[in-house]
Design a protein around this ligand. Structure first.
Ligand code: RUQ
Ligand code: CUA
Length: 656
């Protein structure tokens, strides 16, 4: 044990040496000096639009942020797994169910890897999916409205990290567990991990028309850590690849104990084969408890349903469906090139970058060239599946993307750089420093058969001196590179929000065309909607008071309400009657224990207020909607519990 610790400490010193020398080199701010025409390349004139959308995961913000490229301007933060007071997401009665789980209401999440839906291997801009790591969930965002419309919890999973990547026709969005756990969960000693814990890889089907998600099956794998994954495409469509680490199955001091094996594995899963098995009734329905939350665009309301079982499959039930490809040293990223032939395993502690060949893999399987097995799963020979390796490209490889022109780009965390290399010859073509310690990188369409390789951006873990200091906490920075030429050219730094792990990006046109401007008031099926001023009313049901309220420039209807009592639960159901693009109204009530609401044209949202004090209390519109926005206000008279003030409401006249 002592020796292990020593080795580990030595390794940390190596890392520290590299990190600090790199920072020293660049902290004078000059090593990022740029050619003079660079500004033009990122300049988007006022009123003009960016060429690309970029969707950056928010990491521990739980959300997804939307940027334009090449400008690096941030357009929106889409709330996904975290409550968002700016719009009322997760606070309004309609959206609270979106954050329901088997552990109850969870106000926060850790989002990592967004992926855009695909048709025939090309990104189609319909949906974007993103995973929640901590309380395993997968969310779907509709790119017509940029709203989170579905969240499904993933049972039997813990640290949902090798997620959420889609197959080439969005047949599945795939979610793999990082931590193995007892399945089903039970009370057992942690030291009995080895051989007893398991890792679930979940295949969540996506209905072709509606996009509705459903867990089709889970494969119960050995108790390794499943780190990242990518779909096969083209010739390898039908397969999915997952990197693993901790094939040692250690449960303590993993930084040492999970770095013992010379090689871990990439797990290759023939999901088509398992799908066929399941379609014929294969697998076992296992009791489970997980939430499926769906937002209905017509009622503007989410519902949460608890699901009670899930189909599980053991690899041994489907011979020939699962194989292990030995891959050096705790691989992190698992990336498949646009042709589907090459599978890159980014071994974090490996000197070389390993690339496997899909064709060779099939060959080795066919000829049964196995080096052994792990828990009954055949292990292929490293040499038999190796396409090639990039020799000593850098230190600490994490992720690889492709430009569609035969080149790959890999990030190196320790040596803090992006390295461009050639598929097939494995030669290094270029390297550019990142500032500092890059994690993921993104090329628009990078995870598809047709990357749109004009730009690449690196998402860095350490910011230090890149921006004006903002106290101890700095936003992470991203760096945009022009990759249209032979050499990568640094164009721009831009700040990000939360911790962007991965990002998905694509050309703007498809999304722009389909973007929705308003919600049709006629289609509003919210049970508490008031579609005209004539529908507005106030209804008491015991101690619940329901206010059917409308907004239009520049008043609330009603704007005076009396007869509310201390201890009541007051529901403001607010329908925005506007039918113009970009005219939301806000709603805020004094002393409210939640957030404001931002109600889009044609939409209905509900906020609950529980008045605790007698008085006349104002509410107002929070969004500057017209020249008379400051006039957009109203009062609620709150009387004592035992008062007999009658329930009355009005607009434009005094309450008699
Ligand atoms: S992981 S770099 Cu989710 Cu690589 Cu963040
Ligand atoms: Cu409505 Cu301000």
């Amino acid at each position: 044990m002592k020796n292990l610790l020593k080795i580990n400490i030595a390794f940390i010193f190596v890392i520290a040496a590299f990190t600090s020398c790199n920072n020293a080199k660049s902290s004078n701010g000059k090593s990022g000096a740029l050619a003079s025409n660079v500004a033009e390349k990122v300049y988007v004139a006022p009123g003009e639009h960016d060429e690309f959308y970029a969707f950056l995961s928010g990491g521990y913000s739980g959300n997804l942020t939307v940027y334009g490229l090449p400008s690096g301007r941030m357009f929106k933060e889409i709330p996904v797994f975290s409550q968002f007071p700016t719009s009322g997401y997760g606070y309004s009665e309609e959206t609270k169910p979106m954050l329901n789980t088997s552990h109850g209401f969870i106000p926060w999440g850790d989002s990592h890897h967004p992926d855009i839906s695909q048709t025939n291997g090309e990104i189609d801009g319909r949906f974007i999916f993103i995973n929640e790591n901590n309380t395993p969930r997968i969310a779907k965002i509709d790119l017509r409205t940029f709203e989170t419309t579905e969240i499904i919890e993933v049972p039997n999973s813990a640290g949902n990290h090798s997620s959420s990547f889609v197959t080439e026709n969005t047949e599945y969005v795939v979610a793999g567990t990082r931590f193995s756990i007892p399945i089903p969960q039970r009370d057992m000693p942690i030291k009995d991990y080895k051989g007893n814990f398991q890792g679930a890889l979940s295949f969540i089907s996506v209905a072709p028309e509606t996009g509705n998600m459903d867990i089709k099956f889970q494969i119960l794998m050995p108790g390794f850590n499943y780190d990242l994954s990518h779909p096969g495409r083209g010739k390898s469509h039908g397969w999915f690849f997952f990197t693993t680490y901790n094939t040692e199955e250690a449960s303590t001091l993993l930084e040492v104990n999970a770095s013992q094996n010379d090689k871990d594995f990439i797990a290759a899963i023939n999901w088509k084969k398992i799908e066929a098995y399941v379609n014929n009734g294969g697998g076992t329905m296992m009791p489970a408890n997980y939430a499926h939350n769906v937002y209905d665009e017509e009622t503007h309301t989410a519902t949460s349903t608890m699901k009670k079982e899930v189909r599980v499959v053991n690899p041994s039930e489907v011979p020939g469906a699962v194989y292990f490809l030995p891959t050096p040293k705790s691989p992190h990223g698992c990336d498949v090139d646009p042709s589907g032939e090459y599978i890159v395993g980014n071994g974090k502690l490996s000197a070389n970058l390993t690339v496997h060949s899909f064709t060779k893999m099939l060959d080795a399987i066919e000829n049964k060239k196995f080096a052994g097995e792990a828990y009954g799963i055949p292990i292929l020979n490293f040499e038999d599946v190796l396409a090639g390796s990039v020799e000593q490209p850098g230190l600490g490889p994490l992720h690889t993307e492709f430009d569609g022109k035969g080149n790959a780009y890999t990030t190196f965390f320790i040596s803090s750089e992006v390295v461009k290399w050639k598929l097939g010859t494995w030669e290094v073509l270029d390297r550019q420093p990142t500032f500092y310690s890059v994690g993921h990188l993104t090329i628009p369409g990078g995870n598809s058969s047709k990357p749109q390789g004009k730009y690449m951006f690196a998402m860095n873990k350490i910011t230090k001196d890149r921006y004006l200091p903002t106290g101890p906490e700095l936003e992470h920075s991203a760096q945009l590179y022009d990759i249209s030429g032979d050499k990568m050219e640094l164009l721009l730094d831009f700040p990000t929000h939360g911790e962007p792990h991965y990002a998905a990006a694509m050309r703007a046109d498809l999304i722009k065309e389909r973007s929705q401007k308003i919600y049709n008031l006629e289609d509003n099926k919210h049970p508490y909607a008031a579609k005209t001023d004539a529908d507005t009313k106030v209804v008491r049901k015991g101690n619940e008071v329901h206010i059917y309220m409308t907004t239009i420039r520049s008043h609330f209807s009603p704007d005076n309400i009396e007869g509310v009592k201390v201890g009541d639960k007051v529901y403001f159901h607010i329908t925005n009657l506007e039918q113009d693009f970009d005219v939301p109204h806000g709603f805020a009530m004094i002393g409210q224990n939640s957030s404001e609401l931002l109600v889009m044209p044609g939409q209905t949202k509900t906020s609950v207020w529980e008045p605790k004090q007698v008085g006349v209390w104002p509410f107002y519109c929070t969004d500057f909607c017209s020249a008379l926005h400051q006039e957009m206000q109203g009062y609620v008279r709150v009387s004592a519990v035992d008062s007999d003030t009658p329930l009355k409401w009005s607009l434009g006249e005094d309450i008699e």
